[in-house]
Design a protein around this ligand. Sequence first.
Ligand code: NAP
Length: 281
Amino acid sequence: MLIDGKLVSKEILEDLKQKTQKLNEKPGLAVILANDNPASKVYVNSKEKRALEIGFRSYVYRFDRNVKQTDLIKLIHELNQNPSVHGILIQLPLFNHLNAQQLIEIINPKKDVDGFHPVNVGRLHSGLKPYAVCCTPLGIMKLFEYYNIELTAKSALVIGRSNIVGRPMAELLLQKNATVTLAHSKTTNLKAIAKNSDIIISATGKANMITADMVKKGAVIIDVGIIKNLEGKLHGEVDFENIENIASYITPVPGGVGPMTIAMLMQNTYNLFKEAQNAKL
Ligand code: NAP
């Protein structure tokens, strides 16, 4: 069965739009773009578009390569103080001369819409409620929920240990009682581990990571990869064509995890807005 992230994300965004229409004050999302990477520009434009469609306030700060670390530090301090801004996102990667981690660490954790601040990472990994959870793994958890995919006692393989996908993904699966293996580039027996897994989440950015001979009949396959081929067409890292008849559920690329990431960004912005409103009472 195809996991339709486009459909699920549309429902989430529609629900947020309805809720936002009823609000006097609107949730505000600030996005900082300090990179001339074309993909980052596209991502930022679509985040801005979605935010405006729902009825959020959208603030996008675009910088050229002359921007200094101190300019961004100043901006983040201002956004932390701005009561109309509820979520702050730094689009990664940044220009090479900038220090992303230092900037992430000065975002108020209560406005850290990506869930990258060490306070939120620490809360997630200690089993405490973070102010926000990283959007991509959160979106994948929503897909499991939407399609009633059971996680308790299932063997789940997460491939890739980045801070934005693999690590938080593994933690969220663990919290739902899956037995988790977190694999990476130094893992030696990946095929054997994959073949025994009920769930495989592949997030490496490497083409053809998951081939049909690695998949057990009935496994759930989640493809996080976004790879552009020579013709500029997007594809994932799973051999979709040869696996769709073996898997019980599978995500396409595009139209699987990607749209959920944006939907979760909007959901996180809305939740941070609600928290800020409640704190005022
Ligand atoms: P990343 O930071 O580059 O991390 C890649 C991870 O994959 C690393 O942990 C690396 O291991 C591991 N890896 C690389 N080659 C491997 C191999 N041959 N076998 C096993 N593990 C291997 O990437 P990321 O930011 O997590 O993103 C991964 C992919 O997801 C990219 O294609 C990205 O574009 C995509 N993505 C999609 C969304 C979405 O919304 N759909 C969101 C975020 C990212 P080491 O740690 O040992 O180096």
